[in-house]
Design a protein around this ligand. Sequence first.
Ligand code: GLN
Length: 538
Amino acid sequence: MSNTKFIFVTGGVASSLGKGIISASIAKLLISRGFTVSIQKLDPYINIDPGTLNPYEHGECYVTDDGAETDLDLGHYERFTNVPTSQANNVTTGVVYQSVISKERKGEFLGETVQVIPHITDEIKYRIKLLANSGNLDFLITEIGGTVGDIESLPFIEAVRQMCWELGNSCIVVHLTLIPYLAAAGELKTKPTQHSVKLLQEQGVQPDIIVCRTERSLNEGIRNKIALFCNISPSSVIECIDAESIYDVPILMKKEGLDLEILRKADVPVIGEPDLEDWEKFLHKLKNPKSQVHIGLIGKYVELKDAYSSINEAFIHAGAANECFVDVKLVHSEFLDESNMHEMLNGLDGILVAPGFGERGIEGKILAIRYARENGIPFLGICLGMQCAVIEFGRNVLGYKGAHSTEFDTSTPYPVIDMMEMQKKISGLGGTMRLGTYPCHLQNGSIAADVYGTGNISERHRHRFEFNNEYKEAFSQAGMTSVGLNEKDNLVEIIELKGHPWFVGVQFHPEYRSTVANPHPLFVKFIEAAVDYASGTK
Ligand code: GLN
C-alpha cells in the first residue's frame, strides 16, 4: 500500500455529470501507461447495497463475480478497464455504519463514545486502504457519490481530507463540475464552479484538478478565471466537452493531458505515451458501421435511461465487433398486446427480453417471445427473459394451459419455473439471491458451445427462480433443450430451441461481463445472427 497513489473524484454543481465515466477514463489512461489501477465507489446512501433498490431509484443493479450487488458505475469501470471489481469496490454509508455499530456491540471500542470522527471516518479510510492493499495497486481511484454539499457525503469528504493530510502528494483530488452556457448572455459561466469549489474548501479539501463538463469549448480566459478563483494552476483546468459516446472520453481526456497532470501531481515520472491502439480501433469500428440491425429490447423499465445500462453497452461492444450499428428499439412490455404486437415488433432483426422481477409486463414479454419463436427472429432471453421463454413454450407448444412461474402464480397447474430449493429457506431480501459467478457446462453441438468455443464457462447470476427440472424431459422432447447446466446444483442455465435459427435463453447475466476489450460472445453472436436475419441469409 505504501506506494499506492490515491485519486479521489468528487462532483459539484449537479448530479449526473459523469463522475463514473471520468473515473473510468482516468483508470483507462493510467492502465494504458502500464500502471495497476482499481476504482472504488463510495455511495452516501444508507442502504447496505443497491440490491434492494428499484430501478426507478437507482437504475441497474450491477453484479460482480463475487456476488456483490453494486452501483452501476462499477459496470463502467469494468467495461473501460477490463479489470473485474468486487464487493470491496463499492462501499455505502449503510455498510460503514453497520460495521462500526457491530464493532460497538462487540465492545471493540473499549468504552469510548463512538462518533462520526474518528470512528466513521476511520472505517471509511480503512475500506479505501484495504482495497489499495489487497490489489497491490499503483493507483486507487475512489469516486465519492453524490454532490459536494450533500449532508450524506460529509463523512466521506472528511475522510478524503484526512487522507490528504496524512499522505500529502500521494493523494490527488479531481473535482468534476459543470460550466453552464447561458444562451441569453452568450457566455459560459464559472460561478457555480467557484461556489462548489468553495464548498469543498470549507470542508478542508483543495481540489488539485478541476474537470469541467461543458457544451462549448473553454477559452483561455475561462480557464485562467477558474484557475485563479479555485486556487489551481491553469494546466489543471481540464475541459470535458460533451461527447458523442462515453467511449470518446478517455481520448478527450488524453488530449487535455489529464493523465499527465495526475502523474505530475503524484510525483510519478512520465514515461512514453498511453497505448490506446485497441481502444482507437474499437472507436473506429463503432463509428464506421458497415451494416445496421434493429433490435427490440423488451422490458418494463425501458423509459429509464439507466435501467438496462449493461445491456445497452453490451450492444455497443457487440455492434462494434460486427461493424454494425445496433439500433435499439425500446418496447415497453406492459403495453405490448395482441392488438399492437405486429406494429411494435414488425421490422425487428432480433429480440432481447430483459431481466426483471415482479409480474408487471410479463404477458408482453411472453408475447414478444412467441413472435420471435414463430417468425424465426433471433432471440436472446436474459434471466427473467429466459424464464418467460420457458413459460411461452410450455403454454403455446406443449399446451400447458396456465403454465407460469411460481413467482407470479403460486397455484399454477404447470409451475415450469419454480423457486430454487436453496432459496426456500431464506427469509430476508438483501443479498440473498443466487448471486455471482457459477460454472456451467455446455452441451456439444449447441449454439452456446459454438458461441463460447468451449465446453465450460462461468457467468454471473442474480435470481431466485429456476427452470423446474420436472419438465425438462417434456420440453426437450418438444424441441426446447437444456444445453447449459450447473451440474453441482443440477440447475438449467441455458435453453435453446431446435429448428429455430438462433433462440437462446440464459439464466445468467452475460451483459455484466461485456467490456470494450472483450465484447461478450453471446451478444456478438446474437448481433451476427441479427445481421444474417436482416440480410435474409437465414
Ligand atoms: N425474478 C426472476 C428470479 O428471481 C428473474 C431475476 C432476473 O431477471 N434477474 O429468478
